[in-house]
Design a protein around this ligand. Structure first.
Ligand SMILES: *[C@@H]1O[C@H](CO)[C@@H](O)[C@H](O)[C@H]1NC(C)=O
Ligand SMILES: *[C@@H]1O[C@H](CO)[C@@H](O)[C@H](O)[C@H]1NC(C)=O
Ligand SMILES: *[C@@H]1O[C@H](CO)[C@@H](O)[C@H](O)[C@H]1NC(C)=O
Ligand SMILES: *[C@@H]1O[C@H](CO)[C@@H](O)[C@H](O)[C@H]1NC(C)=O
Ligand SMILES: *[C@@H]1O[C@H](CO)[C@@H](O)[C@H](O)[C@H]1NC(C)=O
Length: 449
């Protein structure tokens, strides 16, 4: 494994190679014709404030999707097993008749640009898109947002190698390509990604945002390239999804929106540390140090003891959260949950209107993320509400903090310091601060709320 400081030069070398392999006429170079290194040319759109010096900001669209096919082991589109890497059998087998919510951003691929919507996923690390929707979990959604045809792009290069990703039940197989991508106002030439030619039980492309080049992949991903080309000042991105009625959701590469949280950002170290994780599968695992609840008009209660820690994966691609069953059960008792024969915890949807929170503690409660009931309780069908935490598969430690946690938090994923900075989500306005390549930069970003 390479360290961050040494892989950057390797990455720039790789970019030069990729650049020469791509259709040169479609790359945008600096004014100097002798300069062969691809450069980013900002394409400013009048009146837009979506980019600045060192950050790229994108609105995140929320989409509910339907499963149109019965599933034997329905799941939350999670846990890729990547060919060539250690296989992980996550064995997700949670929910039947699944209906989920996915958070998507818009990117443009190719020349002329083809608009593709992809789910943002902190639980995987590669970008893939699909031109084929027949077996999609939601063909309508897939056709509407997911299509990219390399044949229709003059800047596409076929790279030839085989791509395969396996989620719980979903999967995709395809081939690697490279092409020019436009993300917000910037063009990034020669980005490698996969084009699926067959998918099962997925519904659109996915933008994996985990640790990639020098760790889990042998090629730089979109995030790596944005950093290497200094489009962003550091391999850092912030996610403020917010809940219903909290305004827009956004992701900012290389920046932090101070008007989306209050107080300081708490640095929560990735644990196990990345050099102790499976090198083929490095993830944003962090220790949760307490679970509790604040009922309307009552003080906070904590249900775990002082020594409690639970290493849990922060995964934006997961609709629900999955934790130890005994804790789910305690929270369930407080919310008068009903447990169905499959072990799923259901609650009265009326609770979503109550002013209570479920509280997730970090760093011995130096940070407590309080997720409002309305964002914690997931209305799967009208009148049918699942509790935001469900039991992880028996006998496993596959604990996940999914969207039922993330909606209450402001998260800064920092691959430079190997921490996830965590704060409570608020929405009190708007204003982005770029973050540099020193963790101190993030430390001094204080919430404006
Ligand atoms: C999902 O299915 C329900 C019931 O069949 C339908 O009312 C709803 O419009 C569908 N949603 C989407 C996003 O297709
Ligand atoms: C999808 O499922 C079908 C039938 O089970 C199988 O033949 C095909 O290989 C699968 N495709 C992928 C990409 O896994
Ligand atoms: C995470 O928890 C484990 C015990 O479960 C502990 O050994 C470790 O030091 C914790 N890591 C951090 C970064 O707090
Ligand atoms: C909700 O509870 C908080 C304290 O827990 C309180 O400050 C706030 O005013 C309450 N809001 C409503 C609408 O009751
Ligand atoms: C960090 O940024 C400074 C200037 O902003 C630059 O000189 C230095 O090379 C950067 N370090 C890395 C590892 O990118």
């Amino acid at each position: 494994m390479l360290t961050r400081s040494c892989w950057i030069s390797g990455l720039l070398l790789t970019l030069a190679v990729l650049g020469s392999a791509t259709a040169i006429s479609d790359l945008r170079f600096d004014e100097d014709p002798n300069l062969r290194t691809p450069r980013i040319r900002p394409l400013r759109i009048e009146g837009s404030k979506t980019w600045g010096d060192g950050f790229v900001r994108m609105p995140v669209h929320r989409h509910r999707f339907n499963d149109t096919k019965p599933r034997r082991r329905p799941d939350r589109m999670r846990k890729p097993e990547h060919t060539g890497n250690a296989r992980r059998d996550w064995g997700w087998s949670h929910l039947d008749d699944y209906q989920g919510l996915t958070y998507m951003i818009e990117i443009y691929i190719g020349t002329p640009p083809q608009k593709v919507m992809v789910s943002i996923d902190t639980g995987s690390y590669e970008l893939w898109v699909t031109p084929k929707c027949i077996n999609s979990a939601d063909p309508t959604l897939c056709r509407k947002y997911g299509l990219y045809y390399p044949q229709q792009s003059s800047s596409a290069s076929y790279l030839g190698s085989h791509f395969q990703i396996q989620y719980g039940t979903g999967s995709a197989v395809g081939k690697y390509y490279s092409d020019t991508m436009k993300i917000a106002m910037f063009q990034v030439p020669g980005v490698q990604f996969a084009v699926a030619d067959d998918t099962n039980y997925t519904y659109s492309g996915v933008l994996g945002l985990g640790y990639a080049y020098g760790f889990t992949t042998t090629y730089p991903t979109l995030l790596d390239m944005m950093w290497a080309l200094r489009l962003i000042g550091a391999p850092v991105f912030s996610m403020g999804l917010g809940g219903e009625g909290d305004g827009f959701s956004e992701i900012i590469f290389g920046g932090v929106n101070r008007w989306k949280f209050t107080g300081g950002l708490e640095p929560v170290s990735i644990w196990p540390p990345i050099d102790k994780q499976d090198p083929g599968w490095i993830q944003y695992w962090v220790n949760v140090t307490s679970f509790g609840m604040t009922k309307p008009g009552r003080p906070k209660s904590i249900y775990t003891d002082e020594q409690f820690t639970m290493s849990t994966l922060i995964d934006s691609g997961s609709t629900l959260s999955y934790i130890r069953e005994d804790i789910v059960s305690v929270i369930g008792q407080q919310l008068n949950a009903r447990v169905d024969p499959n072990g799923h915890y259901w609650v009265d949807c009326a609770l979503r209107k109550q002013n209570g929170t479920v509280d997730f503690g970090f760093n011995n409660e130096r940070m407590i993320v309080s997720v409002p009931f309305k964002d914690f309780i997931w209305e799967q069908y009208p009148g049918h509400c699942l509790m935001g935490v469900q039991p992880a598969d028996a006998g496993t430690t596959n604990y996940v903090l999914g969207d039922t946690f993330i909606r209450g938090a402001y998260l800064v994923f920092d691959q430079q310091s190997d921490v996830v900075w965590i704060a409570n989500y608020y929405n009190c306005g708007d204003g982005v601060v770029t973050v540099g390549n020193s963790s101190a930069d993030t430390q001094f970003v204080r919430g404006a709320c």
